[in-house]
Design a protein around this ligand. Structure first.
Ligand code: ADP
Ligand code: MG
Length: 477
């Protein structure tokens, strides 16, 4: 039964409850107060009986267990010695069609007379805090800056993003439970699942959403084992409404952690709670994970994230710049999108160092700055060869200019070096044919294919070309 009191009665119950809170605030440590009392809503005042609405059964039990004396004192002050307390517990948050369902519970333990005034705050501390398990508070550990709004949609993430949005709108109700997002590093897994968590939290105030990395989950579990706190650990996780657990590949080969996760998973799933996971590989490739857990992962939906295509990369850069309030010319954006295609994190890294460079040297972000910045990053990380370095090496080997390589010139003296440079770019970078063409004066991808074929034919037939290519290649070892 859900309680919707009349306005003036509501005012009265609110006043009474506020008076209770001011008493409780003096007794209970601030942390505990914020965690356990802020979420409570005054529901009804019926004579001397005050009904308060709590978010879950776990909440009710915890309050009964730990804060009875504080509550008793509060009732004494706010209502009088014969004041009584009742709880209304939300057992189902409902959805767009159904109202939330709550059950009524009498207080079981509130003593009828107050204890002496000298209740020490320490006795009233939550047991979780004493055990120092940092996540065992009601913080969601969500970063509010990860949202759907700033998560660019593209072919690379369409299914995952749409499934994520469906889950965010109707957590625990869609068939996407669990929802598993998988994909390589830096492709946006954490961003997406955090966006789901934030969306749910913002739209359902009484749902407890929790984000945790698998690594943290494992460490908490190990600490709980050590400090004899497994029951607290499990019951904490079992009261979560939406569990977001990041990078589950970390659980590989950790049998005990998997076992406890299996139990928590089952409990949550059976109670219609939403589970959202990420992994750096597809579920079937998660070896070192128990079969029974893997089969659970397959109950819901598993969606992957791919490397973003050019258009998506451009949109991501634009969004990022917009968020930073920075303007750069389209040709620079295009250059960056064509040059960094590994993952979004790297793309962001380049944009950030570009902005840093620009502000340090007090200059505008132009194509030159973009090129130098990109080169220094690539050199620093000793990663792949850049297209610029290939063009430089080829130009100096054949004694032509870089402008020649990019020009429309059809003379054999420039066509051959240009084709060799394209051939090496295809071999040494992971740029797409389209992006290679872009770096050679905006040529079509078919031109690049033709160049690559021509040079590889020559390498097969022509010792001189074979020698040239080998020498150039050696420069990029
Ligand atoms: P993962 O968890 O897969 O390693 P992250 O979620 O940490 O990747 O993403 C890396 C960075 O790229 C983050 O800063 C994130 O905001 C950004 N990012 C990834 N995908 C997108 C996208 N589609 N739109 C906007 N930003 C994105
Ligand atoms: Mg991540």
């Amino acid at each position: 039964m859900n309680v919707t009191p009349q306005p003036n009665i509501q005012r009265e119950v609110t006043t009474v409850w506020n008076r209770c809170l001011s008493v409780i605030r003096d007794i209970v440590p601030e942390d505990s107060f914020n965690i356990w009392f802020e979420p409570i809503r005054p529901a009804r005042l019926n004579g001397k009986v005050l009904t308060i609405q709590v978010p879950s059964e776990f909440f009710y039990e915890h309050i009964e267990e730990n804060f009875v004396h504080a509550l008793r004192k509060a009732l004494d002050v706010a209502i009088g010695r014969d004041g009584q307390l009742e709880y209304s517990i939300i057992v189902d948050n409902g959805d767009s069609q159904n109202k939330p369902l709550t059950v009524k519970m009498p207080t079981t333990k509130t003593p009828q007379t107050a204890r002496p005034d000298n209740v020490t705050p320490n006795l009233l501390r939550s047991p979780f805090e004493l055990k120092d398990l940092d996540s065992l508070t009601l913080d969601s550990y969500l970063n509010p800056s990860y949202t759907f709004d700033n998560y660019i949609e593209g072919d690379c993430n369409r299914l995952a993003r749409q499934a994520g949005y469906a889950v965010a709108e109707r957590p625990g109700i869609t068939s996407f439970n669990p929802l598993m997002i998988h994909g390589g590093v830096g492709l946006g897994k954490t961003h997406l699942v955090q966006a789901i968590g934030n969306y749910i939290k913002n739209n359902n105030q009484n749902k407890f959403v929790l984000y945790v990395t698998s690594e943290k989950f494992t460490n908490q579990f190990l600490n709980a084992v050590r400090s004899d706190g497994i029951r607290d650990f499990t019951s904490f996780y079992m009261q979560v409404d939406v569990l977001v657990i990041d990078d589950v590949q970390f659980l590989q080969k950790k049998e005990k952690t998997q076992e406890i996760f299996f139990h928590i998973f089952n409990h949550l799933h059976q109670s219609g709670k939403q589970i959202i996971m990420t992994s750096d590989r597809a579920p079937r490739a998660l070896d070192g994970l128990e079969d029974r857990l893997l089969s659970r992962f397959k109950w819901g939906l598993s969606a992957d994230l791919q490397t973003p295509d050019l258009e998506t990369r451009i949109a991501i850069i634009q969004k990022k710049l917009q968020a930073e309030g920075v303007f750069i010319e389209n040709n620079v954006i295009e250059y960056l999108a064509h040059s960094v295609n590994t993952n979004v994190r790297e793309l962001e890294g380049v944009i950030i160092s570009l902005m840093a460079q620009a502000s340090l040297n007090r200059r505008e972000i132009d194509l030159d700055l973009a090129k130098t910045t990109l080169r220094s990053i690539v050199v620093d990380s000793e990663r792949e060869v850049t297209i610029d370095s290939i063009q430089e090496a080829v130009a100096s080997y054949f004694n032509v200019t870089i402008a020649d390589l990019k020009s429309k010139g059809r003379r054999r003296e420039v066509v051959h070096p240009r084709q060799v440079a394209m051939y090496l770019a295809k071999e040494k970078t992971d740029l797409s044919l389209k992006s290679i063409g872009y770096h050679f004066g905006g040529r079509d991808h078919t031109t690049v294919i033709h160049a690559v074929q021509t040079v590889s034919d020559l390498v097969g037939k022509h010792p001189e070309t074979r020698d040239t290519v080998a020498k150039l290649r050696a420069q990029f070892k």
